[in-house]
Ligand binder design. Structure first.
Ligand code: FES
Length: 97
Protein backbone atom coordinates (compact mmCIF):
# COMPACT_ATOMS: atom_id res chain seq x y z
CA UNK A 1 0.00 0.00 0.00
CA UNK A 2 1.28 3.45 -0.81
CA UNK A 3 0.82 6.44 1.41
CA UNK A 4 -1.25 9.12 -0.26
CA UNK A 5 0.43 12.40 -0.98
CA UNK A 6 -0.08 14.98 1.73
CA UNK A 7 -2.91 17.33 0.95
CA UNK A 8 -2.07 20.86 0.01
CA UNK A 9 -1.71 22.86 3.16
CA UNK A 10 -3.49 26.10 2.39
CA UNK A 11 -6.24 26.33 4.96
CA UNK A 12 -6.44 26.19 8.72
CA UNK A 13 -7.15 22.76 10.10
CA UNK A 14 -9.96 22.40 12.64
CA UNK A 15 -8.92 20.25 15.58
CA UNK A 16 -11.16 19.60 18.57
CA UNK A 17 -9.22 18.62 21.67
CA UNK A 18 -11.88 16.47 23.28
CA UNK A 19 -10.37 16.12 26.75
CA UNK A 20 -9.46 19.78 27.06
CA UNK A 21 -12.75 20.92 25.55
CA UNK A 22 -10.90 23.21 23.17
CA UNK A 23 -11.15 23.78 19.43
CA UNK A 24 -8.03 24.81 17.58
CA UNK A 25 -7.63 26.23 14.10
CA UNK A 26 -4.15 25.14 13.10
CA UNK A 27 -2.72 27.50 10.48
CA UNK A 28 -0.67 26.23 7.53
CA UNK A 29 2.94 25.76 8.54
CA UNK A 30 2.05 25.25 12.21
CA UNK A 31 1.91 21.81 13.77
CA UNK A 32 -1.03 20.57 15.80
CA UNK A 33 1.48 20.19 18.63
CA UNK A 34 2.52 23.83 18.49
CA UNK A 35 -1.10 25.01 18.23
CA UNK A 36 -2.06 22.87 21.21
CA UNK A 37 0.83 24.22 23.26
CA UNK A 38 -0.04 27.79 22.28
CA UNK A 39 -3.56 27.09 23.56
CA UNK A 40 -2.09 26.07 26.90
CA UNK A 41 -2.30 22.29 26.59
CA UNK A 42 0.50 20.35 28.26
CA UNK A 43 1.56 17.82 25.60
CA UNK A 44 4.50 15.47 26.02
CA UNK A 45 6.55 15.71 22.85
CA UNK A 46 10.30 15.65 23.42
CA UNK A 47 11.53 15.46 19.83
CA UNK A 48 8.82 17.36 17.92
CA UNK A 49 10.20 15.76 14.75
CA UNK A 50 8.46 12.36 14.42
CA UNK A 51 11.36 10.45 15.93
CA UNK A 52 10.30 9.37 19.42
CA UNK A 53 6.58 8.55 19.19
CA UNK A 54 5.76 10.29 22.47
CA UNK A 55 3.15 12.55 20.90
CA UNK A 56 1.15 9.68 19.39
CA UNK A 57 -2.47 10.68 19.93
CA UNK A 58 -5.78 8.83 19.52
CA UNK A 59 -7.89 10.07 16.65
CA UNK A 60 -11.53 10.06 17.78
CA UNK A 61 -12.96 11.44 14.52
CA UNK A 62 -11.59 12.43 11.15
CA UNK A 63 -8.84 11.26 8.80
CA UNK A 64 -5.23 12.08 9.61
CA UNK A 65 -2.78 13.18 6.93
CA UNK A 66 0.21 11.20 8.14
CA UNK A 67 3.53 12.92 7.48
CA UNK A 68 5.79 10.70 9.56
CA UNK A 69 7.82 7.58 8.86
CA UNK A 70 7.49 6.23 12.39
CA UNK A 71 4.02 4.66 12.30
CA UNK A 72 3.83 1.60 10.09
CA UNK A 73 1.86 1.67 6.87
CA UNK A 74 -0.77 -0.47 8.57
CA UNK A 75 -1.01 1.90 11.53
CA UNK A 76 -1.31 4.85 9.20
CA UNK A 77 -3.99 3.12 7.15
CA UNK A 78 -6.00 2.36 10.29
CA UNK A 79 -5.86 6.03 11.23
CA UNK A 80 -6.55 5.33 14.89
CA UNK A 81 -3.59 7.37 16.08
CA UNK A 82 -1.34 10.08 14.70
CA UNK A 83 1.86 11.94 15.54
CA UNK A 84 0.70 15.47 16.16
CA UNK A 85 4.18 16.95 15.93
CA UNK A 86 4.23 16.56 12.14
CA UNK A 87 0.97 15.11 10.82
CA UNK A 88 -2.14 17.06 9.92
CA UNK A 89 -5.66 16.15 8.82
CA UNK A 90 -7.34 15.29 5.55
CA UNK A 91 -10.56 16.25 7.34
CA UNK A 92 -11.29 18.17 10.54
CA UNK A 93 -10.11 16.11 13.48
CA UNK A 94 -11.30 15.27 16.98
CA UNK A 95 -8.34 14.13 19.06
CA UNK A 96 -7.90 12.64 22.51
CA UNK A 97 -6.06 15.67 23.79
S1 FES B 1 7.28 14.43 19.66
FE1 FES B 1 8.51 12.79 19.13
S2 FES B 1 7.33 11.81 17.61
FE2 FES B 1 6.18 13.58 18.01
Amino acid sequence: MTTPDPIEDTAGLSVVCETAGTRLVVPPGTSILDAARQAGLDVTAPCADALCGACETWVLEGRPDHRDALLSAEEQARGETMLICVSRGRTPLVLDL
